[in-house]
Design a protein around this ligand. Structure first.
Ligand SMILES: *Cc1c(COP(=O)(O)O)cnc(C)c1O
Length: 222
């Protein structure tokens, strides 16, 4: 068995107690692994690469909720808008506008999370506070998008205090944005991965994105 069933069951119990959603991150993993978790009842899956996602999606059941959690290039938006359940990691207003445009073309409303840069590493994507405010302020004009919440990735470090501070910062931004908007669709705070999801839950995360704990370690992409 490729999938860590015991970890899956423990994790889903833990998350059920907190009322948090699990997105199983299946990037680089074969469709057989996804089917295995699907058979156990998992429906939310996360992928990082457009090409990989559009190859897997047609091979798998229709009721899977696909979350795009990677860095999305504008020219690839059109491939995933038709079937994506939630596009996380929207890290610029121009990307948001492109998603809106493609959604309009097919008469769909697309759920998005805005990604905020909370880590110390430069390599991670995301908006700063000013860009976030600008994106939130533009939402009236984006008729085919629901901004459903925020997403963030903490620094990759052993320093739990630093991770906690980063998640706390995102939680504050989230609470402020939610209070400012009468928009009931704004309700997702996506943070936490295999190594730090417990810290994220302590800071109000209600959606965790967990890969290696469920599917085992990934091969490094070249
Ligand atoms: C790969 C990835 C995850 C899952 O990471 P694990 O450490 O394997 O749980 C979560 N979120 C994002 C954005 C990712 O790219």
């Amino acid at each position: 068995m490729a999938v860590h069933v015991e970890n899956y069951q423990k994790l889903t119990n833990e998350l059920a107690q907190k009322g948090a959603t699990l997105v199983a991150v299946s990037k680089t993993k074969p469709v057989e692994d996804i089917r295995e978790l699907y058979a156990l009842g998992q429906r939310d899956f996360g992928e990082n690469y457009v090409q990989e996602l559009i190859e897997k999606q047609p091979q798998l059941p229709n009721d899977i909720r696909w979350h795009f959690i990677g860095h999305l290039q504008r020219n690839k938006v059109k491939y995933i808008v038709p079937f994506c359940y939630l596009i996380q990691g929207v890290d610029s207003l121009s990307l948001l506008k492109e998603i809106n445009k493609q959604a309009q073309k097919i008469g769909k409303r697309v759920n998005c999370l805005l990604q905020v840069h909370i880590a110390q590493e430069e390599t991670k994507f995301g908006m700063d506070e000013a860009e976030l405010q600008e994106a939130l302020a533009s939402r009236e004009a984006l008729t085919n998008i629901t901004i459903a919440g925020l997403m963030g990735m903490a620094s990759f470090t052993e320093k739990t205090k630093l991770i906690a501070d980063e998640f706390d910062y995102l939680q504050q931004l989230y609470l402020r944005a939610r209070a400012q908007s009468a928009d009931l669709g704004f309700q997702v705070l996506s943070m936490g991965m295999s190594g730090d999801y417990r810290i994220a839950l302590e800071h109000g995360s209600n959606l965790v994105r967990v890969g290696s704990l469920l599917f085992g370690p990934r091969e490094k992409r070249s």
